[in-house]
Design a protein around this ligand. Sequence first.
Ligand SMILES: *Cc1c(COP(=O)(O)O)cnc(C)c1O
Length: 367
Amino acid sequence: MSLPLRDELRGLRPYGAPQLDVPVRLNTNENSYPLPDEVVAAVEKALAATLRDLNRYPDRDAVALREDLAGYLGVRADQVWAANGSNEVQQQLLQAFGGPGRSALGFVPAYSMHPLLAAGTGTSWVDGHRDENFELSPQEARRQVAAHRPDVVFLCSPNNPTGTALPLAVVEAVLHEAPGMVVVDEAYAEFRRPGTPTALSLLDGHPRLVVTRTMSKAFALAGVRLGYLAADPAVVDAVQLVRLPYHLSTLTQAAARAALAHAETLLGTVEAIKAERDRIVRELVAAGFETAPSDANFVLFGRFADEKSTWRRLLDRGVLVRDVGLPGWLRVTAGTPAENDAFLHALRVSARSERSEPRSRERKVAG
Ligand SMILES: *Cc1c(COP(=O)(O)O)cnc(C)c1O
């Protein structure tokens, strides 16, 4: 007996990166560094100060937090909206600007949550395409947007799972062509290399542009669930029509504000992670692997005749990476130097055992 599930949800599988308890977890692009003591103390104090008032609902509009986030981004507070992770922000955007009878387009391979959020909000999804190097030219982006005329376009830059960033010319071309909203998912913005732009610089004069960010990655706060957007104030008014009242708990708001007050300390690991990302790329290339150029805290690497068996062999050695469903490729998060060493070592051993497998089989047959 099957439940009367909505037709478009039938057969879908929930978002599910494995949460396995292994020594080296490099599969969900978290920041591997625990919070510094100074930030732990500040968050503890901020949370303690709210506890007696938890009988009251939180600030529905998270005004103080939005002011802090605006200060961090260098925009005005009325241009900022926050929710439980940028996933919720994007869901609210689809509730407001997508929905039944409307469509959203993203250029795959990109963030796997975008089509799932579309499905959840009854928005039909269109797979746009990148070239074989996972790149997208302004002409090509414009051509695909013109062909489908989606109500919402998702651009992910730096893109997950490839790590590749988009030139501003692509964002501008899409803004020019798209009949509706253009959402640039910048979850990894803090990890971008010098010279890689952010779409924040395009906000002025583009009322249909939305830039989403998160505290889950660079800020090392994935457990807090805090994402936000910057856009024209009219966009902030629009998402307030669909957000649940009191969606952002008092505890979340307090923890995020305390963390933001220590942004510099929290972001202290970003440079180390970027250096490790670049080291992973160098060592993988030296070992004969291919990588995609990365402006994020992870590296897409290949190519494997059978990436699933490589994934399994790494896991057998206690290293969890991500099978992103892209034939020939796997994705690894840049963790601490020790975690990355463990990954690189496990991969070299795995490659050696793979090469020796056919021969050992021959020997067995011969013997
Ligand atoms: C990790 C990630 C996010 C973050 O989602 P949160 O809900 O803020 O934790 C958003 N977009 C992309 C592309 C990501 O990889």
